[in-house]
Design a protein around this ligand. Structure first.
Ligand code: PA5
Length: 463
């Protein structure tokens, strides 16, 4: 199982001003946390609560359909092209980067066991879209277009471009075999298009928001298509879910970190929360976490409708790289952050540094491993931060594999849901994102958005 270590957030290490009396806080919040956990588990099956993501690890039907489709198209495609943005892309990126062999797309088909390469288009930079489409053989590319709403401008404009090119290359009928759509069961434009055109489809389940959808078909389908063992992932989620059903905060690591992050923000002025894995394979877990934490917790109103403007700002960092970029600021700049380290016990490779130089400055490295070095750097950065009275917590993964990555992401989802309850906000809406989406629709001339367009033009003229 994953381990969680909070001692460097405690007053005994970082002092009274910047630390928490963690054991005292755990006792003070014992009842509140138990109520939150009980309530989340009670509400999770009820429609309209947006908690269906808590059931995704048990969705045997989805796993079955995903595997069946993946085996049907096995050996037919050289590339998977995922079109999506935000919650429809970040989980896929995080897990494929973590679980596929490094530099997957550069490996030969044999090195990939004949599974396809995978590309995510999660932005609308014209140069990068065009550049990618120019290098992909579209005849040998399966396009997985993912959008829950079915009308997100970025994703659907990409899809329109890709569909036209596919049709040109494969013909009006044949091209359909190269498209699989993941979208809402019933509503949305993509659902309509898929039915009209006869695409294979998968469902983003009801009551699962984009940023909590990684373990639905949104993530599982791309994972299975590139040969990732999705049973291993769901086993990790199920075991973690069982552990996180424990209502005793002393036994529940998601509740512990939710409370620590919440109190650091609200009591100790640490309104920046850094996610810093010491593993390149986990680098996009930070991007995924940043969206999860920011969109879920950054809110205007509380549940009673009072304007409270809360939410810690998440920051992505990568160890050891960012030791040479951000850590100077973390050590000596404003003491307004809590840093979440992720540490890996055992890497797949044991990489020895050859004894080839005897120079005093570097000779000591010879005969050691890079594995020792990266973890020594994680430990020494944590200790240095403590010297400067900077609080940190550490999540340790025994290995970067499907079981533990499933556990990690699920733990962070539960942690987010618990933190949302502590802030007393709606964790699962995103009115701030919708506002910008509406303005984009207005600017681009979408029917029904004429009033917004007028408001927007007046505002733009005024500045
Ligand atoms: O978490 C969310 O809800 C958002 O980030 C969405 O995932 C993102 O806006 C994309 O939406 P959709 O899947 O509807 O295209």
């Amino acid at each position: 199982m994953l381990r969680f270590d909070y001692k460097n957030a405690d007053i005994s290490i970082v002092g009274q001003e910047h630390g928490l009396d963690v054991e005292y806080e755990f006792s003070s919040y014992k009842t509140k946390i138990a109520e939150i956990i009980t309530d989340l588990n009670k509400r999770k099956d009820k429609p309209g609560q947006w908690l269906q993501w808590m059931n995704l690890g048990y969705s045997e039907e989805t796993v079955w359909y995903v595997k069946e489709y993946a085996s049907m198209v096995r050996n037919r495609f050289d590339n998977i092209l995922v079109l999506g943005i935000g919650g429809s892309a970040l989980g896929g990126l995080a897990v494929t980067e973590a679980l596929l062999k490094p530099y997957w797309n550069f490996l030969t088909p044999e090195q990939r066991d004949n599974f396809p390469r995978i590309f995510f288009l999660d932005n609308i930079d014209p140069d990068s879209i065009n550049g990618l489409l120019d290098i992909l053989n579209l005849k040998k590319t399966l396009v997985n277009v993912i959008t829950k709403s079915g009308s997100t401008a970025e994703t659907m404009s990409q899809f329109m471009i890709v569909k036209s090119r596919l049709e040109k290359e494969l013909g009006e009928d044949e091209y359909r075999k190269n498209v699989v759509a993941t979208t809402d069961r019933q509503t949305g434009v993509l659902r309509q298009i898929a039915e009209q055109e006869g695409y294979k489809t998968f469902v983003v389940p009801d009551d699962v928001g984009g940023r909590f959808s990684v373990f639905s078909a949104v993530g599982l389908l791309p994972f299975a298509l590139v040969g990732i063992d999705i049973d291993e992932i769901t086993n990790g989620i199920k075991d973690m879910d069982l552990a996180l059903k424990n209502t005793d905060i002393k036994e529940n690591i998601a509740a512990q970190n939710a409370l620590i992050q919440y109190l650091m923000d609200t009591k100790k002025g640490k309104d920046l929360s850094v996610m810093m894995p010491y593993s390149s394979r986990l680098r996009y877990v930070s991007d995924w976490y940043v969206q999860l934490w920011a969109e879920s917790l950054g809110k205007d109103t509380d549940k009673q409708g009072n304007h409270i403007h809360v939410g810690p700002t998440p920051i992505r960092a990568l160890g050891a790289t960012d030791q040479h970029s951000q850590v100077q600021l973390y050590n000596e700049g404003p003491n307004n952050k809590i840093i979440n380290f992720i540490r890996v016990d055992e890497f797949d490779t044991n990489l020895e540094i050859p004894r080839i130089f005897e120079y005093t400055g570097i000779g000591y490295l010879g005969g050691k491993t890079v594995n020792d070095l990266i973890n020594a750097e994680a430990d020494s950065t944590r200790v240095a931060l403590a010297d400067y009275a900077r609080p940190t917590v550490t999540i340790s993964l025994p290995k970067v594999d499907g079981y533990h990555v499933g556990q990690l992401l699920y733990m962070l989802e539960v942690q987010t849901a618990i933190a949302g309850e502590l802030y007393n906000i709606n964790t699962f809406d995103q009115p701030g994102v919708e506002q910008a989406k509406n303005y984009t629709y207005a600017l681009m001339g979408r029917a029904g958005y004429e009033d917004s367009a007028r408001v927007l033009q007046a505002k733009m003229a005024a500045v």
